[in-house]
Design a binder for this molecule. Structure first.
Ligand SMILES: *[C@@H]1O[C@H](CO)[C@@H](O)[C@H](O)[C@H]1NC(C)=O
Ligand SMILES: *[C@@H]1O[C@H](CO)[C@@H](O)[C@H](O)[C@H]1NC(C)=O
Ligand SMILES: *[C@@H]1O[C@H](CO)[C@@H](O)[C@H](O)[C@H]1NC(C)=O
Ligand SMILES: *[C@@H]1O[C@H](CO)[C@@H](O)[C@H](O)[C@H]1NC(C)=O
Length: 474
C-alpha cells in the first residue's frame, strides 16, 4: 500500500502527538546550566526597561538578586532566604487564623483586612516607574495595596542607589488632606488608619510589617508614568521613615485589590487586569520577565492557551488572591487527597516556595520519589526535605507537576521551578516544595513555581489565568 502525502502527514501528526503526550509528563533539566550559572549583570540591574504595545504597558521585571552584586557566602544567603520565607509563611498563617477567629467572636471585625505588609518578607521582583518625573525602581507586590517610595526629607531611610524622591522639586506633587476619601481608604489598604498631627492637615500613613519592617510618611499624589501611559494624580505614600527588607529598591508597587492599589487607580486605563511572567533567575542567561498592565492578551507570548479559574471571594481575606485548588498530578499520576478544595490556596508573588498541607505534601513526596528514583539522596535543607546529590549527572528527567483548579484550569510547573539548588555543583538539590505545619493552614503558591508561566490577574472578571510562556522582556 502506498500512503498519500496527507496520510503520511496524519501518521506523523499522530506519532508526534503520541510521543509528545508521553514525554510531556517529564521534563529535562540541565544541571550544567546551574553549575556555570553566572552572577547578575549589575549594569542592567537598575532601571529596567518598559514599552507600550496595543494599549498594554509592558514593564521589564527583574529578580532582585540580579542587583545584589557579587555573592559572598552563597550557602548562608540561600539558607537565610528560606528562613525568611518560612517567617513570612508563618505570619500569613497566624494573621489568617486571627482574622478568621476574631470574625467569629465579633462580626463587626469582618471589614478589617489583613495587614498586607506581613507579606513583604521576601519580595523579589522589581520594575521601573516614573513618578513626578523621576525614574524609580520598585519592588512588585501582589499582596499589598499602597505604592510608596522613600522620600525627602528622610528621617530614616535605607540606602538606595537612585536619588530620593523629593516632593519639593516636583511641581505636580500634592499632599493629601486628612478629610480626603483616600485618607480614609488607608485603613482598608494598610490595616492602619490614616492620621493627622495637630494643626497639620496632611494625611499620614503607616504600614507595619510582621518582622518589624515599616514605612511611614505622608500620603501624596503626583503624575505616574508607566511605559508611555500617564496616570495623573496617582496616590502613593511618600515615606520619610522606612526600614526593612526592601533591598535597595526605591519603594514598592502595590498590586492588591483595594481602592488605593495601583490596579484600582488605573482601572480606566488598564481595565483592572495585569499579568506577569517571572524569569528563571538561576539561569545563566540573566533573563528578565515582564509585568503587563492591561487586558489585551494578544501581547502575551504564551505557548499554551490561558486557562482561567475563579478568584474565590473572601470578605475577611480581601487583600489576598485566593484560588480553589482541586488536584495535583505528578508525572501524569493524579494524587488522591480529599483535602484539596478545603479553604483554597493563596497565590502570592512574594512567597518563594509553594506550601501545601502536610497530607498533600506527603502524597507528593511519595509519588515523586517513586518516579524520580535511583538518584543518591542528600541531606535536607531548611524547610526542604526531599534532596538529592545530582553532581554526577549532566541532566535529569523530572516528573512534571501540574496543579489543577476549579473550572479545569491548570498550572504546569516549569522545570526551572522544580528543584532548588542549595549547592551550585548540584551535590544538594531539593524538591522546591514544602509542607505547612498544620492541616488547617492555608496553601500558598509561591513565586518559585510560577517561573516561566504567564499569570493573569483579572479583577474585573474575578478570575485568574495561567499559560506557559518562556519569560522574556524582548
Ligand atoms: C527615565 O527612563 C527613561 C526610559 O528608560 C529615559 O528615557 C529617561 O531619560 C529617564 N529619565 C531620567 C530623568 O533619568
Ligand atoms: C479592556 O480595558 C479597556 C480599558 O479599560 C476597556 O475599555 C475594555 O472594555 C476592556 N475589555 C475587556 C474585554 O474587558
Ligand atoms: C555527590 O556525588 C558525587 C558523585 O556522584 C560524589 O563524588 C560526591 O562525593 C557526592 N557529594 C556529597 C556531598 O555527597
Ligand atoms: C472547588 O471546586 C470544586 C470542584 O469544582 C467544588 O466542588 C468545590 O465546592 C469548590 N470549593 C470551593 C471552596 O469553592
Amino acid at each position: 500500500m502506498v500512503l498519500g502525502p496527507s496520510m503520511v502527514f496524519l501518521l506523523i501528526l499522530v506519532l508526534f502527538c503520541f510521543t509528545n503526550e508521553v514525554s510531556s509528563e517529564k521534563e529535562l533539566l540541565s544541571l550544567k546550566k546551574h553549575q556555570w550559572g553566572v552572577e547578575g549583570d549589575s549594569r542592567s540591574c537598575f532601571s529596567p526597561y518598559s514599552r507600550t504595545q496595543n494599549g498594554a504597558t509592558i514593564l521589564e521585571m527583574k529578580h532582585r538578586d540580579s542587583c545584589s552584586g557579587p555573592k559572598t557566602n552563597t550557602n548562608q544567603k540561600l539558607e537565610n532566604r528560606l528562613i525568611s520565607d518560612d517567617i513570612r509563611v508563618k505570619s500569613i498563617q497566624s494573621q489568617i487564623k486571627n482574622i478568621l477567629s476574631s470574625q467569629q467572636e465579633s462580626p463587626s471585625q469582618t471589614q478589617i483586612p489583613i495587614n498586607s505588609g506581613i507579606k513583604l518578607q521576601t519580595l523579589n521582583y522589581i520594575v521601573s516607574i516614573t513618578l513626578g518625573g523621576r525614574n524609580l525602581t520598585v519592588i512588585v507586590d501582589t499582596g499589598s495595596d499602597l505604592t510608596w517610595v522613600q522620600c525627602q526629607p528622610c528621617k530614616l531611610c535605607y540606602t538606595q542607589p537612585e536619588p530620593l524622591f523629593n516632593p519639593l522639586i516636583s511641581p505636580s506633587y500634592q499632599s493629601i488632606q486628612c478629610s480626603s476619601p483616600a485618607c480614609h481608604s488607608l485603613q482598608f489598604a494598610t490595616g492602619n488608619l490614616g492620621f493627622c498631627e495637630k494643626d497639620v492637615p496632611t494625611c499620614n500613613y503607616v504600614v507595619t510589617y510582621g518582622d518589624g519592617s515599616y514605612t511611614r510618611g505622608e500620603l501624596g499624589r503626583d503624575g505616574l508614568v508607566l511605559g508611555t501611559n500617564k496616570v495623573e494624580n496617582f496616590i502613593f505614600g511618600c515615606g520619610y521613615n522606612n526600614k526593612g527588607l526592601f533591598g535597595s529598591a526605591s519603594g514598592l508597587m502595590g498590586l492588591g485589590r483595594s481602592d488605593l492599589s495601583l490596579i484600582s487607580q488605573t482601572y480606566d486605563m488598564f481595565g483592572g487586569v495585569f499579568s506577569y511572567c517571572l524569569p528563571d533567575s538561576d539561569s545563566a542567561s540573566g533573563s528578565s520577565g515582564s509585568l503587563i498592565l492591561g487586558n489585551d492578551t494578544s501581547v502575551f507570548k504564551n505557548t499554551t492557551p490561558i486557562s482561567y479559574t475563579r478568584l474565590v471571594q473572601s470578605p475577611q481575606l480581601y487583600s489576598f488572591y485566593i484560588l480553589n485548588l482541586t488536584g495535583i498530578s505528578i508525572g501524569g499520576v493524579d494524587l488522591n487527597s480529599p483535602n484539596f478544595d478545603k479553604n483554597g490556596v493563596l497565590i502570592d508573588s512574594g512567597t518563594v516556595i509553594t506550601r501545601v498541607k502536610p497530607s498533600i505534601y506527603a502524597a507528593i513526596k511519595a509519588e515523586f520519589l517513586k518516579q524520580f528514583s535511583g538518584y543518591p539522596p542528600a541531606p535536607s535543607f531548611s524547610i526542604l526535605d526531599t534532596c538529592f546529590n545530582l553532581s554526577g549527572y549532566d541532566e535529569v528527567s523530572i516528573p512534571t507537576v501540574r496543579m489543577q483548579f476549579e473550572g479545569d484550569a491548570e498550572m504546569s510547573v516549569d522545570v526551572s521551578g522544580m528543584f532548588y539548588f542549595v549547592k551550585r555543583d548540584a551535590s544538594q538539590v531539593c524538591l522546591a516544595l514544602a509542607s505547612l505545619s498544620y492541616e488547617d493552614d492555608i496553601g500558598i503558591i509561591g513565586n518559585y513555581q510560577q517561573k516561566n508561566v504567564r499569570v493573569v490577574y483579572d479583577t474585573k472578571e474575578m478570575r485568574l489565568g495561567f499559560a506557559k510562556e518562556i519569560c522574556n522582556f524582548n
